[in-house]
Design a protein around this ligand. Structure first.
Ligand SMILES: Cc1ncc(COP(=O)(O)O)c(C=O)c1O
Length: 338
């Protein structure tokens, strides 16, 4: 039985054309700054994200680790959403490796309300933990691929500037937000002190995330990456996949978004209220009575979905699933909920 894998957009495999680009990539030693493919990707990443410089990192988690470290000192706190990837899914890295703790706000769908952020950052005094910075995630993974509007991010960025705080944007899926709203990625990322963009999610590269910031910050992040063992050598083979993804896989994210809306419609028809009224990008979060039973039941029928918590499953559309497979996968899940 051929599996329909809707667990994550990280599951995509490089296409033949991407592999060809990787095969032909000019490479050099990146610790010496001599890998032409990495240098090109970092220049492209900086331009795309509206910053002076960028750093090619092995993962979104490493880019977040460095981006958060740029804005928050050891012993300080980072303020962010309680369902943020950095809080739930980075194995405590920010505390364990950089001594940064988080203080979180709650939101229904991961979209930050500037008034809530203002209230939480106002709470500062010499005897309290110093607030180092603020973090936003766009699109928001556990929130259901939701988009932080540029206008509200601008208010939060202004607040950070007024309070002397840094702002890190986890833009793992920022390209999805940009395509969904027809805006350049930099509309969001230039508002942040540091911003990431993953190449290995919906964009379909096997590995890699770019982190963008000022020239000074990226030089600091490059040294810290090396300290963490993340300096790499002829990784231009991987950067070439990223460059290919930027050239060929951004616009097609609109297909993934249409497939996610199709999945949501099919599930809603059988289980009204199980899915949010709008599904803005490529992630469908479904509220169910027993998530483990739905994951197991779908798997028996060849459909893989993720368990987010006891009552939530997640379906993610991507490059390697067709419209027909999304339809079939959604029908299996919908039937289990009917
Ligand atoms: C929003 C978000 N940020 C960061 C990451 C981390 O990326 P990586 O798995 O490459 O470390 C993920 C991974 O799924 C994510 O969804």
């Amino acid at each position: 039985m051929a599996l329909i894998d809707l667990r994550s957009d990280t599951l995509t495999k490089p296409t033949d054309a991407m592999r060809e680009a990787m095969f032909r990539a000019p490479v050099g030693d990146d610790v010496y700054g001599e890998d032409p493919s990495i240098n090109e990707l970092e220049a492209r990443g900086a331009e795309l994200l509206g910053h002076e410089a960028a750093l090619f990192c092995v993962s979104g988690s490493l880019a977040n680790l460095l981006g958060v470290w740029l804005v928050a000192e050891r012993g300080s706190e980072l303020v962010c959403d309680e369902q943020a990837h950095i809080v739930r899914a980075e194995v405590g890295a920010h505390a364990a490796l950089h001594g940064i703790q988080t203080r979180t706000w709650a939101s229904p769908d991961g979209v930050a309300d500037p008034a809530v952020v203002e209230r939480i950052v106002a709470d500062r005094a010499a005897h309290l933990v110093a607030t180092g910075g603020v973090e936003l995630e766009n699109t928001h993974n556990f929130g259901g691929g939701t988009i932080q509007p540029v206008e509200s991010m601008a208010k939060i960025a202004e607040l950070c500037r007024d309070k002397g705080l840094g702002l890190h944007l986890d833009g793992a899926r920022l390209a999805n937000a940009a395509v969904a709203l027809g805006r350049p990625l930099s509309d969001w990322s230039k508002l942040a002190t540091s911003a990431s963009l993953c190449l290995s999610k919906g964009l379909g590269a096997p590995v890699g995330t770019v982190l963008a910031s000022s020239r000074t910050n990226i030089a600091r992040a490059r040294a810290e990456r090396k300290r963490l063992g993340g300096g790499w050598r002829q990784a231009g083979i991987l950067a070439a996949a990223g460059l290919y993804a930027l050239d060929h896989h951004i616009d097609r994210l609109a297909d993934d978004h249409a497939h996610a809306r199709l999945i949501a419609d099919i599930i809603r028809a059988k289980a009204p209220g199980a899915v949010a009224a709008t599904v803005p990008t490529n992630i469908v979060v479904v509220t169910v009575p027993d998530a483990a039973a739905v994951v197991a039941g779908a798997k028996e029928q060849g459909v893989l979905v993720s368990l987010l918590n006891a009552t939530t499953v997640r379906l993610v559309t991507h490059l390697d699933v067709t419209e027909a497979q999304c339809r079939e996968g959604a029908e299996v899940v919908a039937e289990l909920l009917a």
